[in-house]
Design a protein around this ligand. Structure first.
Ligand code: SF4
Ligand code: SF4
Length: 377
């Protein structure tokens, strides 16, 4: 195995192939605090890409309620309980445990497990279930014992994909121009090694065509400068897609670089698996830190602290205002006066959003209609 640099783990690790980072890496930021689990993203993806025969249980995008939701069933628990050591150095923040590649059984490239058919039978298991019983009269008061949050999931277009590492046919590849991970279905023979090795269980086996399939990052849209369907249809405006620069080449005016690498307000999901996933999550503000540290690594406290400063930090606020306000990919953003402005790769303005929305208060009594209005700001 080769030695590669994983910036999320702050160390080198073993991987079956040499390091070859794409020119730019497709990446996403999801704000978990804003997701309402409406599943619009799930339906948008399903109707666009997976409505054919054999794709019935395929959800390239799904949204599960944590702590109990998971699709396929126990996708995260099953691997986590099998991994030998998952610790982080408290001083340096480096990962001292083993990745799925370092913990692989003899003769295999990655540690994993293959779900059974019934694991795909309950896509909404645990939906809206809290971590405990909510007593009568309970109210929200910051961090507390009873909690839940929604976790939207797609393929992470990992820098070191587990699916790619495990494929004996070399049917999986990562595009050098944008880092999107694709399966060449003409090479695939349906061995399901990718299904076993993807720690996020985001490759799916099609029992009709007998090959594996996965999220394609809506590349036909991305190639036209447009964001993917799951992003542009998102009701809660929780998502932004863009590109991350290579480590060390970050630009403060690239919203992805800025949120992920400069402000460190968005964190990778289960970075300890070692695939360097590229969907970054702003952690929920109300959930116990032990749970979040296990899920997003050691940067949770700082990320939440920074997130809460956005109302007084125009730069950060401007980056957040890029979410859900344009279908175009934002390559550059700026805070200009009272506005957040986003630009495409040709330096053309694609969105301009006020930092503060004007508030109009309608009179309590409408003289024209001779009607009283209640609760109508
Ligand atoms: S999330 Fe899974 S399917 Fe997607 S690139 Fe990573 S290992 Fe492959
Ligand atoms: S569309 Fe957006 S808000 Fe609705 S479930 Fe999907 S990620 Fe959450």
């Amino acid at each position: 195995m080769a030695q590669v640099k994983n910036w999320q783990l702050k160390r080198e690790m073993k991987y079956p192939y040499e390091d070859s980072r794409p020119q730019k890496q497709i990446a996403y930021v999801f704000d978990t605090n804003k997701c309402i689990a409406c599943q619009t993203c799930t339906v948008a993806c399903k109707t666009t890409w997976t409505s054919g025969k054999g794709q019935e249980t395929m959800f390239w995008n799904n949204v599960e309620t944590k702590p109990y939701g998971s699709y396929p069933m126990k996708w995260d628990m099953n691997l986590m309980k099998d991994m030998s050591d998952q610790s982080w150095d408290k001083t340096t923040g480096a990962y001292t445990g083993k990745t799925i590649f370092e913990d692989a059984p003899r003769g295999e490239n990655a540690k994993g497990w293959r779900p059974e058919e019934r694991d795909y039978a309950y896509p909404n298991i645990g939906e809206d279930e809290c971590s405990g019983i909510v007593e009568k009269g309970a109210f929200f008061n910051g961090i507390h014992d009873i909690w839940m949050f929604y976790l939207a999931r797609i393929c992470n277009h990992c820098t070191y994909p587990g699916c790619l590492a495990a494929c004996p046919r070399k049917a999986i590849y990562k595009r050098p121009e944008d880092g999107i991970v694709l399966i060449d279905e003409s090479r695939c023979r349906g061995y399901k090694e990718c299904v076993k090795a993807c720690p996020y269980k985001k490759t799916f086996y099609n029992m009709v065509t007998r090959v594996s399939e996965k999220c394609i990052g809506c590349y036909p849209l991305v190639e036209q400068g447009e964001q993917p369907r799951c992003v542009t249809t998102c009701i809660g405006k929780i998502r932004m897609q863009g590109f991350l620069s290579k480590p060390g080449e970050e630009r403060a005016d690239n919203p992805l670089d800025y949120l992920v690498r400069i402000k460190k307000v968005a964190l990778p999901l289960y970075p300890q698996y070692g695939t360097e996933p590229n969907v970054y999550y702003i952690p929920p503000v109300h959930v116990p830190k032990e749970f979040l540290n296990q899920m997003f690594g050691p940067g949770v406290d700082e990320a939440i602290k920074t997130y809460k400063t956005a109302k007084d930090d125009k730069e950060l606020l401007s980056a957040f205002l890029m979410f859900g306000n344009t279908p175009k990919i934002v390559h550059k953003f700026k805070s200009e006066g009272d506005f957040a402005v986003g630009y495409n790769d040709k330096n053309e303005v694609v969105t301009k959003v006020p930092h503060t929305e004007p508030v109009f208060v309608r009179p309590y009594y409408d003289e024209k209609q001779e009607a009283y209005r209640h609760n109508t700001p």
